[in-house]
Design a binder for this molecule. Structure first.
Ligand code: 1PX
Length: 215
């Protein structure tokens, strides 16, 4: 393990969502949002290759957004507000059925946004779990109450099989690299509100613009 990998802690990743929110929490910087996601992907990869089908999809969505950011209209993708305004006013979003814009920024962020809800539910369940709780059950419950509603049968099935090989609660806490179980519980209590604020802002923005069901 390299020294940078050794230092990796879930706390840093969650706190990185704090720097997403700008303009008195009235906007989200896309670049920082993607940094938060890259940290989560790194964490997920450290759990083993069985989750590579999940991280591959997250990575491809991060790359779609990075391409927009580095592209000709990169400035329009600087924040979620400006992205929504730009793509809607330029008719760059397939709102009802997939057509000529299958990879709009609005659609791509929506997929990540829905996954963030899963993360919120899962980490809250872990934070309040008992020592004998099974991570696969916590994870499956969080998934079935959130992301699963948007996934077809085959993906739901595959995800639920993958959950069965999740490490134990103790191993999970160790991989987070935060300290004792008590430290992890405290850290989650402190850091999760940052993720929740980003989630709530995005949900409100998408709801205002009727973007919550983009196919
Ligand atoms: C202490 C825990 C921290 C763990 C951090 C892990 C971060 C997990 C990130 C999950 C990212 C998943 C993105 C999924 C986006 C999505 O819904 N994509 C689907 C739709 O995309 P499309 O372009 O087709 O409309 C796509 O079909 C997804 C395919 C992959 C399967 C997704 C299953 C998600 C399972 C929930 C995550 C389980 C991770 C368990 C590790 C703890």
């Amino acid at each position: 393990m390299s020294s940078t990998e050794e230092k990796f802690s879930l706390q840093e990743v969650l706190v990185s969502f704090k720097s997403c929110l700008v303009d008195d929490d009235q906007d989200v910087l896309v670049e920082h949002y993607l940094s938060g996601w890259k940290g989560l992907v790194r964490f997920m990869n450290s759990l083993g290759t069985v989750f590579s089908f999940v991280s591959k999809d997250a990575v491809s969505k991060i790359q779609i957004m990075e391409k927009y950011l580095a592209g000709e209209h990169g400035e329009r993708y600087r924040t979620l507000q400006s992205m929504v305004e730009y793509e809607l006013s330029s008719n760059l979003v397939d709102l009802n059925k997939r057509g000529s814009h299958p990879e709009s920024g609005c659609r791509t962020i929506l997929r990540l946004h829905r996954a963030l809800r899963w993360l919120q539910l899962f980490l809250e369940k872990l934070r309040t779990s008992k020592e004998d709780s099974t991570t696969s059950t916590l994870c499956a419950e969080a998934y079935n109450d959130s992301l699963a509603n948007y996934h077809p049968w085959l993906i739901r099935k595959t995800a639920n099989v993958a959950f069965l090989v999740l490490p134990t609660r103790n191993t999970f806490f160790e991989v987070m690299n935060v300290g004792t179980t008590e430290d992890v519980v405290d850290m989650l209590g402190e850091a999760m509100p940052y993720v929740c604020n980003v989630y709530d802002f995005t949900q409100e923005l998408y709801s205002q613009h009727n973007l919550l069901d983009i196919p």
